[in-house]
Every structure is written in structure tokens, then in C-alpha cells.
Design a protein around this ligand. Structure first.
Ligand code: NI
Length: 216
């Protein structure tokens, strides 16, 4: 019985390794201009089809494109789901930035059916980018703290307050499930100056090192 269990564990472990190597997919990222990026996304239930697979694929996609967060509409799903990994920010931090952010060492989290309860603290500016809007980075002002209600990947309800870079990433990804993009915060003149670049992105004219999906 014991050896049977052992064999089972070994097989399971190899299956998992195999799974990670071959079964998770890197999904194309929806480019600026697609209507799905402008939708207010809907809550989901635990029976949402292939949710675990979707979340695994989103991790795979986010890491493959060197992102620190990814929201479901960016992989063409109109649902309230996003993932973040701010651990990476601190791992790759410059020496001079050490100790600058209160949320060190960061967190890795799945947020399902998230709803922001409160935004608090001193607004601060940070240079943001977005996988759906490649090669554009702009300073965006956001409040310091976010208190958010959400379900984790096991559909357990949580309410948490985040600060620092983690709060920043959460607010950016949360905007995605509300149909908002970071460029919406720019002054009209600045946005006008970027309109040519944005047009090129939506038409797929940029050379990128990750796969994108464009609306016709
Ligand atoms: Ni984004």
C-alpha cells in the first residue's frame, strides 16, 4: 500500500513537471484598440469553465512577456480576474532603490471578483507601462493605499490593504477589469502626442518579443 502511494506521488510529480513544460500556454496579449479592453468586466462563479487552466496560462503569459501583472481582458476574457507578482520588482531592484517601498518583498496573488473598497494616502507618481500598450511608458499619479475585497484562487473571500509597488500594480490591473487604461490618466495634450504611436500599436505595426492579438 505504502509503495503504491509512493509510486503515485512520483507519477504525480512527473506529471506536474510535464504539465508545466508542455501544457501551459502562452496566450496572445490583446493590443490597445480592442473593445475588450474597454469593458467593465463581470464577476464569475467557481464553475467558470477551465478557470485553473486559464490562471496557469496567465502566469505563463505574464512571465514570458516580463510583466508584473496581467488582467483577464488582456487575454480576451471579459471577467473580473487579474494576477500580480510584485516579488519580481524587488528581486530585480537597483541597489539605490533598496528600502524605498514599504511593501518589500512584494506579493504574488490571484484576484477574482475584486472590488476596491477604499483608496487612501498621499497620491504619488510612478512611471507605468502596460503589456497591451507596448513601448509607451508614462508617469501616472495614484493614491498610495488600496483596500480591496476579492476571492483568492480557492474562492476564499479576502479583504486586504496594500501599499507601495504592490498597491500600484493592483490599481493598474484593477483598472483593466473596469475597462480603464493608464493612458486615460494623461493630460489631453500628452495623449494627443502619443496618438500616432497608439495607432501603430492597434494596427500591429510594432516589432515585439511577445505575441499580440489585434482587433480588425
Ligand atoms: Ni496593463
Amino acid at each position: 500500500m505504502r509503495s503504491h502511494l509512493f509510486a503515485h506521488c512520483v507519477i504525480w510529480r512527473y506529471f506536474r513537471v510535464f504539465n508545466q513544460r508542455f501544457l501551459y500556454m502562452i496566450l496572445p496579449i490583446v493590443a490597445y484598440g480592442a473593445p475588450v479592453l474597454r469593458k467593465v468586466c463581470k464577476d464569475i462563479t467557481p464553475d467558470f469553465p477551465k478557470l485553473t487552466k486559464l490562471i496557469d496560462d496567465m502566469w505563463e503569459t505574464m512571465y514570458a512577456s516580463n510583466g508584473v501583472g496581467l488582467a483577464a481582458p488582456q487575454v480576451n476574457h471579459e471577467i473580473r480576474l487579474f494576477i500580480i507578482d510584485s516579488l519580481q520588482v524587488f528581486e530585480n531592484q537597483d541597489e539605490e532603490d533598496k528600502g524605498k517601498f514599504k511593501d518589500e518583498p512584494g506579493v504574488k496573488r490571484v484576484f477574482i471578483n475584486a472590488h476596491i473598497k477604499q483608496l487612501n494616502g498621499q497620491p504619488w507618481s510612478y512611471n507605468e507601462g502596460c503589456l497591451s500598450i507596448p513601448k509607451i511608458r508614462e508617469d501616472v499619479v495614484r493614491p498610495e493605499e488600496v483596500t480591496i475585497e476579492y476571492l483568492d484562487e480557492d474562492f476564499q473571500p479576502k479583504t486586504e490593504t496594500f501599499v507601495g509597488i504592490t498597491s500600484r500594480i493592483i490599481q493598474h490591473e484593477y483598472d483593466h477589469i473596469e475597462g480603464k487604461l493608464f493612458i486615460d490618466y494623461l493630460k489631453p495634450l500628452r495623449k494627443k502626442m502619443l496618438s500616432g504611436k497608439l495607432n501603430d500599436i492597434s494596427k500591429g505595426k510594432l516589432k515585439l518579443d511577445y505575441k499580440m492579438m489585434y482587433s480588425k
